[in-house]
Design a protein around this ligand. Structure first.
Ligand code: NDP
Length: 277
């Protein structure tokens, strides 16, 4: 069994981006808006800000109080849409309940939507014409390409159908000409479907739910899940120890998909910059 070293693949991607940035006449800019003081979101935003600095991007961290009104937040986004120093805008999710996350995403200019969540960018992904693609699924595709997996004609099963991971993952795999099954909480015989999969992508949010004997011998297993156990330990959606007995390649948690998501955000910001200049 081979471990897919997301940390290293992400580092290589950041190094490539840093080299490209040195050749530009000005730095690509990313604005990250954080509403409220959710500790997990603060960590994600700090990591994104540090990653920007590492590759030489201009970055703005914008902290807004949890009491911000919908109008004030939309006005801030519109200001950033018109700010020439900013190529990418990201609003850290989840937002406080009184804010309409969908409206917030739709207000970001599609050209600056580096999370790839705007309906225009999702629509383009459906047509296999996207240039700003959701970071986590795109990062998974980079990992699969790096380890040399040819997806054409492969049977892939995506477990989880959220807008940010499962659904765009389905499209990415289909665009790579795989045959894709996507599962949700109502799926019948999940283990039977997984046992036929050449590639499994787990994005459920239930710790160690997928058992090793559900994995076909030789399958590639990508675990997007990040779950904290009561002990404080971080685990994925797949039971790592039992799955390694059958998988040929597998991502660890942490150190798998997580670092790829941030590196892909930087890649998208560079793409947005290149498309604007
Ligand atoms: P959501 O909660 O938005 O979606 C979970 C999906 O899993 C839903 O489609 C749900 O089905 C499905 N599901 C729930 N229970 C089952 C089940 N028993 N069998 C099959 N499917 C099931 O989660 P996210 O997509 O936002 O996140 C998933 C995981 O990935 C989380 O652990 C999260 O922390 C992690 N994550 C990691 C990232 C990274 O960078 N590594 C980035 C984003 C997320 P239904 O549609 O029926 O409700």
């Amino acid at each position: 069994m081979n471990i897919i070293d997301g940390k290293q693949i992400a580092q290589n991607l950041r190094n490539d981006i840093a080299k490209k940035v040195k050749q530009l006449d000005h730095a690509p800019g990313l604005a990250v808006i954080l509403v409220g003081d959710d500790p997990a979101s603060e960590v994600y935003v700090r990591n994104k800000d540090n990653a920007c600095k590492e590759v030489g991007f201009y970055s703005e961290k914008i902290n807004k109080s949890a009491n911000i009104t919908q109008q004030e937040l939309l006005d801030e986004i519109r200001r950033l849409n018109n700010n020439d120093k900013i190529d990418g805008i990201l609003v850290q999710l989840p937002l406080p309940k009184h804010l309409d996350a969908n409206l917030v995403i739709e207000t970001i200019s599609p050209q600056k939507d580096v999370d790839g969540f705007h309906s225009e960018n999702i629509g383009k992904l459906m047509q296999n014409k996207a240039y700003l693609r959701p970071c986590t699924p795109k990062g998974v595709m980079t990992m699969l390409a790096t380890i040399g997996i040819d997806l054409v004609g492969k049977d892939c099963v995506v477990v989880g159908a959220s807008n940010i991971v499962g659904r765009p993952m389905l499209m990415e795999l289909l665009n790579a000409r795989a045959t894709v099954t996507i599962c949700n909480s109502k799926t019948q015989d999940l283990s039977g479907k997984l046992r036929r999969a050449d590639v499994v992508v787990a994005a459920v949010g239930i710790p160690q739910m997928i058992q090793g004997d559900w994995i076909k011998p030789g399958a590639v297993v990508i675990d997007v899940g990040i779950n904290r156990l009561e002990s404080g330990k971080l685990v994925g959606d797949v039971d790592f120890d039992s799955a390694t007995k059958n998988a040929s390649w597998m991502t660890p948690v942490p150190g798998g998909v997580g670092p790829m998501t941030i590196a892909t955000l930087l890649e998208n910001t560079l793409t947005a910059y290149q498309n604007r200049t």
